[in-house]
Design a protein around this ligand. Sequence first.
Ligand SMILES: [Zn+2]
Ligand SMILES: [Zn+2]
Length: 385
Amino acid sequence: MATALDPEIVDYLKMFNCSSCEELYSKLEKIQLEQKLVEGEHVPFSLHDIKHFSTSDRRVDIICDVTFYWGAYKAAELIKDLRKNPPNKSFENPVVHQCSSVIEYRAMNTMISDVDLPGSKYNPVGQGYYSDLFFHMFFGNYSDFIEHIKKLSEEDLKKTLKTREGYPQFSPLFAPIIGRRMIHIENNDILTKKNKEDIRMMYHGNNENKQVKILEKLLKLGADPNAHEILGNTPLFYASHFQYDDAEKVVSTLLRYGANPNHCCQFMSILYRMCTFIASYPQHWRIIDLMLSYNAKPRDYEEAMNIRYLMETKYPLEYAVKLREACPKQKNECERTVCKVSTVKMCKACRSVVYCTPACQKLDWKFHKPTCKKKREEKASENRA
Ligand SMILES: [Zn+2]
Ligand SMILES: [Zn+2]
């Protein structure tokens, strides 16, 4: 009897328009052969790995690689199309392209910031149909940027701040945020030496790299920090998962000017997406702290439980505690994350959470202890007041 395929693999079959694992595998091999996306002649996993995905210990690597291959497959098609039909400019939020699964959404995210702008893996020199102003902002050329906007009438400036460009329909704020990758192009390990040479040939000017200054100026002039691109993602979404030294500064600037930390992306909150990225970018803890200080929350109960579980099993206790506070359980549900029992038996110390049994309370004490102490202190100071 044939074993049922994993939902992730079913999603991939749909995305690659294939009807069997064999067909999918040969498509991946063809992409690898043509584009040499990873080291070696063949894809770095076997057909057996795909067919027995759920029991493979390489699940995470396979997901990364297949997502990467899909990006290349999709980008190649899209770039050809965009050459013939360059995207129009618009002045409002685009209709959101709804993805059919989380897997497709994640893959689209990777592909979209990498399809028609310089510094892309699939298209290193970009498409060139973006405006001069967009490129000034992208490369951080503050002097050119200021000179350009000084010439505009008040009305034209308003219109400029609303302009959407490129396939993803980026508003001006996206330009300096994504353009920061150009400063670090030499350290980019996804681009080959040849890619980097091509990029340098095309953009040899002395760029000022003042993307952060441009970002702040745009916000001061009134650019909407919550304008989104075709996947519904905002500038904060992009800024929060880049791994540059000044990522924290960019995120705090956006938040200060009113970026919504709870803007709903498809399938997940910015907070959850960041939590799933932490293992690769530990410096993002500071950004998570910042987001929490602006009241960032999970989008729903299910996501809240996923965040709690992830933090408790993989990350430092300090963050498990902080994120549990941002991800409360439902009323009258046992405080231990994995327990779903309904109860009214309170923690006698703080009387702010409930436990179904002493056993659950004991197992959960490590995580609840710091919050319990904080709650007791809060109540004591309320009583004194
Ligand atoms: Zn329980
Ligand atoms: Zn307590």
